[in-house]
Design a protein around this ligand. Structure first.
Ligand code: CUA
Length: 321
């Protein structure tokens, strides 16, 4: 471990499907509630019958075997008929919910394209230059289309308060409709085991009113801010000299890599490393000093930097608002 480095729990994850914040999540919860009620009802009947039988037919000294009965058509009809009707009912309700929550897409351009990477999320907004990582901004009260892909292995998008999971496959796209009702920050996780840092592949959905969302998009469409200090200027030179730009893009500079997170507005995101820790200079310094100590397995190689160089890089990157 890097000396003095601690992982701060960044986000108190509240992952619950029982607190739906989108139209789709509400419909899914509605269906789930019917299932839960039916399951509890059956549990209750089964336990009650069991208790009744155990008490009623308890062995007593000197008692004979109770009367054995078989081939009771009425009982059998009820025992087959009720579950059959329930299965049919739930089948219809499920298909109905699926049609409402997950309709076919015609030819719409998605509002956002989310790509899963080991171990972070990339979000692009078609029609704009905005690219971000691990933080997906979406407007509220509008039916939006998310498109998913993967750059390596299978990942799975899951933001419980917003609805269902969706697998992300390499070489194939999937989609999800979302109509978020309440502005807020919703936490999500990757829910398909995808390697060493699967547990630290978290995503934040920031749901905003339309105007606020448009402002955000506009701001994220901008190229990176120029370094404000001499130290940050030095950091920029080191960044460009050290092949960082082979993996990372900082728009408006020569760094145009696509395989790592886009850093153009890195410092505007409150958490780094897919939700692992808050974006602070201290954490950034630890990460640049020894990525493998901070997030073992991450695809960020270790560069042997002088302390001065790390300070300069930290000054540069933490200025990218
Ligand atoms: Cu990505 Cu698990």
């Amino acid at each position: 471990m890097t000396k003095g480095f601690t992982i701060h729990a960044t986000v108190f994850l509240s992952l619950s499907i029982f607190d739906p914040a989108s139209v789709e999540a509400s419909k899914l919860l509605n269906l789930t509630n019917y299932f839960i009620i039916a399951a509890l009802f059956i549990l209750l009947i089964v336990v009650a019958l069991l208790v009744y039988v155990v008490i009623k037919f308890k062995a007593k000294p000197g008692a004979e075997e109770p009367v054995q009965s078989a081939g009771n058509k009425k009982v059998e009809a009820v025992m087959i008929g009720i579950p059959f009707l329930m299965v049919v009912g739930f089948f219809i309700m499920t298909v109905d919910t699926m049609r409402e929550v997950h309709p076919e897409i015609a030819s719409q351009t998605p509002d956002v394209i989310v790509t899963g990477h080991q171990w972070w999320w990339e979000a692009r907004y078609p029609g704009t230059g905005a690219v971000t990582a691990n933080e997906v901004h979406l407007p509220v009260n509008k039916k939006i289309l998310l498109q998913f892909a993967s750059s390596d292995v299978i990942h799975d998008w899951w933001v419980p308060e917003l609805g269902q999971k969706m697998d992300m496959f390499p070489g194939k796209t999937t989609h999800l409709w979302l109509n978020i009702k309440e502005p807020g920050v919703y936490e999500g996780v990757c829910s398909e085991f995808c390697g060493a840092q699967h547990a630290w592949m978290r995503v934040r959905v920031v749901a905003q009113e339309w105007d606020e969302y448009q402002q955000w998009l506009l701001q994220k469409d901008q190229p990176a801010q120029e370094p404000a200090t001499a130290l940050a200027q030095k950091g920029k030179a080191i960044f460009n000299r050290s092949t960082c730009g082979n993996c990372h893009a900082i728009r408006g500079t020569v760094a145009q890599g696509q395989s790592g997170p886009d850093l153009t507005h890195f410092a505007s995101r409150p958490v780094m490393l897919a939700g692992m820790m808050p974006t602070t200079e201290e954490n950034l310094r630890a990460w640049l000093s020894d990525p493998q100590a901070v997030k073992p397995g991450a695809h960020m190689p270790r560069f042997i930097f002088e302390q001065d160089s790390i300070n300069a890089l930290v000054a540069y990157i933490s200025g990218l608002k």
